[in-house]
Design a protein around this ligand. Structure first.
Ligand code: ATP
Length: 300
């Protein structure tokens, strides 16, 4: 899973807005800076707005410090602006590493990653991370109110904007059911949210951030059917009009993806739509059966 360390996952979600965000986020950014091995550019280039979200990986090789086997081993990839890509592969294949390199938690040992044609190493880190929205498997919520948590996506959002994002994230109903609504405290001493509710709040936060590129590490833990349906609805709305790269654990995601990438041992071994890969890739058939219980092409 991407970014098991909660602090870093949280940071990734807020880093783009960190200058405007509250003290907690600034402390998290410092934490990342001290842990991070990347060199920020000496003369950072601004990312010209509006960000389109076109991404290329040009022969990316990356080995984690202290490891002998590469996590990514010669990955070439072009993702069109607005494309919906789902990444699948066995545990340890390099799926999370791919997202981590896009966010510049690490830099590749060889090769180049571009966003809208610009080498991401030349970009202002705040612009880069501001253009990327991460929804992690286990969304981290801060202590503070529901509204405070949502405003990490957009510190200036007024209550109407928060309500609209919550509605699109299928979260408005449960928020309004709390006696204090958007002012309900979360975290220690506050209300406890279900897994599905936490995910929908994270989706609302990402909607508020409105990134050109969405990086999504889908939760593996099972939700009940109703919660699953609400989360899927919210994700579908979140992905509209953005490039999305999803580490896929849901059948709906792979079936609806424009393209699936199959990673194995750090290499891109197959790509295509779900039905194409069911026909052409034994590894994909195996993964689909394991992860989604699907041997035959699903219709959607
Ligand atoms: P999973 O489905 O289990 O989350 P994954 O496909 O996302 O797996 P990665 O997490 O990208 O795989 O891991 C790729 C390889 O890099 C694995 O061999 C893993 O052990 C190694 N790896 C991942 N993170 C680190 C790290 N922070 N330090 C050292 N090695 C790591």
């Amino acid at each position: 899973a991407l970014l098991a360390a909660g602090a870093v996952a949280t940071l990734a979600e807020v880093a783009g807005d960190v200058q405007r965000a509250a003290g907690a986020a600034e402390r998290l950014l410092e934490l990342l800076d001290t842990q991070s091995s990347i060199q920020p550019p000496a003369k950072p280039a601004a990312l010209p707005p509006p960000t389109q979200g076109a991404i290329t990986l040009d022969t990316i090789h990356f080995t984690y410090p202290g490891r002998d086997t590469p996590a990514l081993d010669g990955v070439n990839l072009t993702i069109q602006a607005g494309e919906r890509v789902a990444v699948v592969g066995p545990s340890g294949a390099g799926k999370s590493t791919l997202l981590g390199l896009l966010l510049r938690f690490y830099d590749p040992d060889q090769g180049r990653i571009t966003l809208d044609g610009l080498d991401i190493r030349t970009l202002n880190l705040t612009d880069l991370r501001g253009a990327m929205g991460l929804v992690a498997q286990e969304p981290v919520l801060f202590s503070g109110s529901v509204a405070d948590n949502l405003r990490y996506g957009d510190p200036e959002a007024n209550i109407e904007t928060l309500r609209a994002a919550a509605r699109n994230a299928s979260a408005l109903e449960f928020i309004e059911a709390f006696p204090q609504g958007f002012d309900t405290p979360l975290g220690p001493g506050g209300v406890q949210l279900s897994g599905g509710q936490r995910q929908r709040l994270a989706i609302a936060r990402a909607l508020l951030k409105n990134p050109a590129v969405l990086l999504l590490d889908e939760a593996t833990s099972a939700l009940d059917a109703e919660s699953e349906r609400l989360v899927q609805q919210a994700l579908d709305r979140l992905m509209i009009g953005r490039t999305s790269i999803v580490i896929a654990h849901r059948l709906a995601t792979v079936v609806n993806a424009d393209r699936l990438l199959v990673l194995k041992d750090g290499q891109l071994v197959a790509s295509g739509t779900h039905s194409e890969l069911i026909g052409t890739s034994a590894l994909y058939r195996h993964l689909a059966a394991l992860q989604f219980g699907a041997e035959t092409p699903a219709t959607a």
